[in-house]
Write a protein that binds this ligand. Structure first.
Ligand SMILES: *Cc1c(COP(=O)(O)O)cnc(C)c1O
Length: 380
């Protein structure tokens, strides 16, 4: 038994609703004898590409590998720079750095995503591309980012790991950039029972190279054109994903319903993530901002609510980034956000009662401490 009355997530309950279908799919794969690069993967890839509005999708081993493989086939390496946001999961930057290229960070806007108006200042003759991250399931400002990329001849790789199904102006993430990487980690909105990832692209040449890159650089059983990784998505996971794809719209609708209800109930006490014009957010994380974030987190925790921080330390201040030479004063918006953000429990199987518990605790915390209540914010 968890000590939490309201856990951060509830995967077994979410799977319970489709367990019969999952077990049937599992049995079919086991009986088929075909476990790698087979018909389930192909069916999932077609389904996922259509879902994103992209021409192609490729299943890979995880979300980090999805991003890495794209940079690998694009030839990013020592001497190259790639621009991304410092408030993200590490992999947005590590997938650049592990090619030998240098991650170059740009501060964020009020949506917690990369601020397009700051990108051009960071472009140098060595800049190879831009990685906008759709953090929390909220789409980055892609029209502006794409036009900067076009002007400077840069490749755009969306880090869509947290944002399957999110869209901007009716166009889904995964269809905006030259390519996109998705994660199927169990905490992501579309997930597998282990690790998995997907790449989308509408570029047939890029797709051909990526098909080889995920499979040892092999062109055929006999011919290896370049050294590469083994980064494939299993048939078993693909078969289970096909079941999840049927449920995904319902899961997303429930996440949005919970998020909007949180927004209504919490806005007098904390800063809530209001959607901007044209944005359709999918809330992989539901992130509020509070003055006394650490106090609020401990209060929730001591009352049985598991709230987490994504992420306390921005990437540019990680020990791994020390050689890049950034300091705490480089990205003030990011550093400020990192001290205020708190991810509340929000998952498709969450009950209204669980949500009411979270809301009433946050209300209690602020009503007992009027000094930490937010100034009212005006919509920007
Ligand atoms: C989860 C995540 C990744 C990495 O995905 P994995 O499947 O865990 O390798 C990359 N970027 C972001 C923003 C993520 O949230």
């Amino acid at each position: 038994m968890s000590v939490y009355q309201v856990p951060y997530t509830g995967l077994p309950r979410q799977a319970a609703g489709i367990k019969k279908e999952l077990l049937a799919a599992f049995e079919k794969v086991v009986d088929s004898g075909h476990y790698i690069l087979g018909p389930n993967l192909k069916a999932f890839e077609e389904r996922f590409a259509a879902f994103c509005g992209s021409r192609f999708a490729l299943g890979v081993a995880n979300g980090t590998s999805a991003l890495q493989l794209v940079w690998k086939v694009r030839g990013a390496g020592p001497g190259d720079e790639v621009i991304t946001a410092p408030n993200s999961f590490l992999a947005s930057a590590s997938s650049i750095a592990t090619t030998g290229a240098k991650p170059v960070f740009v501060d964020i806007g009020p949506d917690l995503n990369i601020a397009p108006e700051l990108i051009e200042k960071a472009i140098t003759p060595r800049t190879k591309g831009i990685v906008p991250v759709h953090l929390t399931g909220r789409p980055a400002r892609m029209p502006e980012i794409n036009s900067i990329a076009e002007k400077h001849g840069l490749f755009v790789l969306e880090d869509a790991a947290q944002a399957v199904g999110a869209s901007l102006d009716g166009k889904r993430v995964g269809s905006w950039g030259n390519a996109a990487g998705f994660s199927l980690h169990p905490l992501k909105n579309l997930f597998v029972y282990g690790d998995g990832g997907v790449i989308t692209t509408s570029d047939p040449d890029l797709r051909e190279k990526l098909l080889q890159a995920r499979n040892h650089g092999l062109r055929s059983r006999e011919q290896c054109d370049f050294w590469s990784d083994n980064s494939r998505l299993d048939e078993l996971q693909a078969a289970l994903l096909l079941v999840h794809m049927e449920a995904l719209d319902g899961w997303t609708a429930r996440r949005r319903e919970l998020a909007h209800r949180y927004n209504d109930l919490l806005s007098p006490f904390v800063e809530v993530p209001l959607e901007g014009p044209g944005e359709y957010c999918v809330y992989q994380t539901y992130v509020i901002q509070a003055e006394d974030r650490d106090g609020l987190q401990s209060f929730l925790q001591s009352n049985g609510v598991e709230a987490l921080i994504h992420y306390r330390t921005p990437i540019h201040l990680q020990p791994a980034a020390a050689s890049l030479g950034y300091t705490v004063s480089d990205f003030p918006k990011t550093v400020r956000a990192c001290s205020r953000i708190l991810s509340l429990p929000l998952f498709p199987a969450m009950t209204a009662l669980q949500q009411d518990i979270v809301v009433s605790l946050i209300r209690d915390f602020h009503e007992k401490r009027p000094e930490s209540r937010m100034e009212p914010v005006t919509a920007s």
